[in-house]
Design a protein around this ligand. Structure first.
Ligand code: TMP
Length: 221
């Protein structure tokens, strides 16, 4: 099986990751605008979610109490639908897919945060993300993952006044330390794909880092 980085036919798949409160959202929108301004077609999406079915699963995952395995199975079920219905068709059309979270979040939240078995997650990842865009099986992964890395104590302060917290946002800071460690582990395992963005800077400085990272890949001038 090809486990390479190609998204086929010119499509580019970029995911955005980080603990809750790390401040990735405004930059996803900004990057979409910057890419569109240079003539790229962009699909903006998120996980869990992105399709009607996956959005229903998102509501359950974010609100209903359940164990870590149930959470993992639901986010992967949502991911399968999302890949089949939205991500793969967009990449096949040559679009840039900007995805607010992808599988690294499962490794970080269900694996790191909840302590769920990483070997089982890796197996689910293989089953769910094996696609055949040109007839040959390929493990679909982002071409680039922008990881907004922020100290969990600072993230918690940012979240306090933000909104009514969902099931994850309501977790204690220790949970987010484990999630952050989960992300760090994913970066170590895939250093080419992962770009760490220092999120404890002004919004503009973070944006400059995002731009520089995408420019360094040759996807923006
Ligand atoms: P959001 O508020 O950034 O859209 O995040 C949704 C929440 O879902 C966030 O707290 C992280 C969590 N999540 C998981 O626990 N596992 C996953 O696989 C994904 C994609 C998100």
């Amino acid at each position: 099986m090809n486990t390479g980085m190609s998204s086929g036919q010119g499509g580019i798949f970029i995911s955005f990751e980080g603990i809750d409160g790390a401040g990735k959202s405004t930059h996803i929108e900004g990057l979409a605008q910057a890419l569109r301004a240079q003539g790229r077609r962009v699909t903006l999406t998120r996980e869990p979610g992105g399709t009607p079915l996956a959005e229903k699963l998102r509501t359950m995952v974010l609100n209903d109490p359940m164990d870590a395995m149930t959470e993992a199975l639901l986010v992967f079920a949502a991911r399968r639908d999302h890949l089949q219905q939205l991500i793969e068709p967009a990449l096949a059309r040559g679009e840039v897919v900007l995805c607010d979270r992808f599988t690294d979040a499962t490794f970080a939240y269900q694996g790191g945060g909840r302590g769920f078995d990483l070997v089982v997650l890796a197996q689910l990842e293989r089953w769910v993300q094996t696609v055949t865009p040109a007839g040959a099986p390929l493990l679909r992964e982002p071409d680039l993952t922008l990881w907004f890395d922020l100290d969990p104590t600072i993230a918690a302060q940012r979240l306090v006044s933000a909104r009514v917290p969902d099931k994850f946002e309501a977790q204690p800071v220790e949970f987010f330390r484990r999630v952050a460690a989960g992300y760090a582990q994913r970066q170590t395992a895939a250093p080419q794909r992962f770009a760490r963005i220092e999120a404890n800077q002004s919004r503009d400085a973070v944006w400059q880092d995002v731009l520089a990272t995408v420019q360094s890949r040759g996807w923006l001038s």
